[in-house]
Design a protein around this ligand. Structure first.
Ligand SMILES: [Zn+2]
Length: 439
């Protein structure tokens, strides 16, 4: 059995020297860190001090004891971000303001120390090991290289691997970016899933050389199941996937060379899956909301933070031999799911239905609800000449989608495919279904 790079990293951190990571050693580490985190949160954060009594460390026997504590929500973070701060403001290296979640409409602010960032760089470095070799060139198609931003932290990990990072931002012009990527002689390209597929298609259409590129890493948005295979076929590369969140200082999980689930960063976080309605823990294999507790964060520890992402823990062990928990594919955002009487509309399902249409670069989706019935408007976006028959093929693909078909058959949902437009540019953030709901 080989020992994965992530497992080896965690073995060293949990006090071991060599050999495979043992589940009980990891659980013992998590229990100690959990006790520390709970004590630090109650001592340093006014939010947690109001909410929880000082926990008795000896009453925390195992990581599962986390289930006794209340959840933290995005709205809690929005309401009073400073109430979560556990260090002096001089110790904060970066503040991130997020406008995209919660129901209050007010932004979340997140605080990270240099130590918090160093752990993320460590995680990125070990995740990169199976994707790179020393001397490689790594093209990073992610927004911003601000200090402490995801591109900056990734650059630090790439340099530690003795590779050369090249940050080029989110592709605005797909064909130009494909040509640039080909000229860059990159060996690994890191970027958002949908722009990466569009770029891979353009790469192929332009007949650009693919000799240098060996691997692609998809991150920062959900990934339709068919998408990695499509990119792998177009560019003859191995495609890896990553799941992370800004709230975790961009940490989370990454897949291994077996490509069956994200190996989770379990030395730094506890991961739970809960029923989004009842809060009850869900066993492996059952879908629910991902809940995260930070174990080693200093600036802003989070206890049972409801991420809003829907997924499941995969049963059994990965063929690579790692004991780390594996997260299945992200099925969408809890707040992004549109519920109708006969089912649910989720952007990942629309992606899965449409991403393999070869002339489609992207699409916009808008949902309107009136008197209990919904209308879903899809506008196809293309990079080059307007493609004849594309609207008809988009409609056929959506009508055949297992997620949409029952809704369309019941008459609860009407599908409207709007006129195709030229693609503008990728926003550099997670894509969503726009919603207009009449009360
Ligand atoms: Zn694995």
């Amino acid at each position: 059995m080989t020992i994965t790079a992530l497992d080896s990293w965690i073995v060293r951190r949990t006090g071991g020297i060599s050999g495979p990571l043992r589940s009980d050693d990891l659980a013992a580490w998590q229990t100690l860190r959990l006790r520390e985190t709970l004590a630090r949160a109650v001592a340093g954060s006014s939010f947690y001090r109001k909410r929880m009594a000082v926990p008795d460390p000896l009453a925390i026997d195992s990581p599962a004891d986390i289930a006794r504590f209340p959840f933290t929500t995005a709205d809690d973070l929005s309401a009073d971000p400073m109430a979560f701060l556990c260090v002096g403001q001089d110790d904060i290296e970066r503040v991130v303001t997020l406008n995209t979640s919660g129901t209050t409409g007010t932004p979340k602010r997140l605080f990270f120390t240099a130590d918090d960032h160093a752990l993320t760089v460590d995680f990125f470095y070990h995740g990169l090991l199976p994707m790179t070799a020393p001397g490689d060139r790594v093209l990073i198609l992610l927004p911003g290289g601000r200090p402490g931003g995801v591109a900056d932290l990734l650059c630090q990990a790439v340099r530690r691997r003795n590779c050369t990072p090249l940050v080029a931002g989110v592709p605005a012009n797909i064909s130009d970016m494909a040509a640039f990527a080909a000229r860059s002689n990159a060996n690994l390209i890191v970027g958002f899933p949908v722009p990466m597929l569009a770029m891979a298609r353009s790469w192929k259409e332009q007949g650009l050389a693919t000799a240098s590129i060996r691997t692609v890493l998809l991150c920062s948005d959900h990934i339709a199941p068919s998408l990695p295979g499509a990119i792998a076929d177009l560019l003859s590369v191995e495609v890896f996937s990553d799941w992370g969140m800004t709230e975790l200082a961009y940490g989370g999980g990454v897949d291994c060379s077996c490509h069956c689930g994200y190996h989770l960063q379990e030395a730094d976080f506890l991961f739970e899956i809960i029923d989004p309605d009842t809060g009850a823990p869900q066993p492996p294999g059952c879908s629910g909301e991902i809940v995260v507790t930070s174990l080693t964060r200093r600036g802003m520890p989070l206890i049972r933070y409801r991420t809003g992402d829907i997924s499941h823990l995969m049963p059994g062990r990965c063929p690579c031999g790692s004991v780390l928990k594996r997260l299945g594919r992200i099925a969408g955002r809890r707040t992004g799911l549109i519920r109708l009487d006969d089912g649910v509309i989720a952007l990942p399902d629309l992606d899965e239905a449409l991403v393999l249409l070869p002339d489609l670069v992207d699409f916009t989706a808008r949902f309107t609800r009136e008197n209990g019935n919904g209308t879903l408007c899809i506008r196809p976006l293309v990079a080059g000449a307007l493609s004849p028959g594309l609207s008809r093929r988009v409609r056929a693909a959506l009508e055949a989608s297992p997620g949409l078909r029952p809704l369309l058959d019941s008459g609860r949902l009407t599908l409207r495919v709007e006129a195709t437009r030229r693609f503008g540019e990728f926003a550099g953030e997670k894509r969503v279904i726009a919603r207009e709901e009449a009360s």
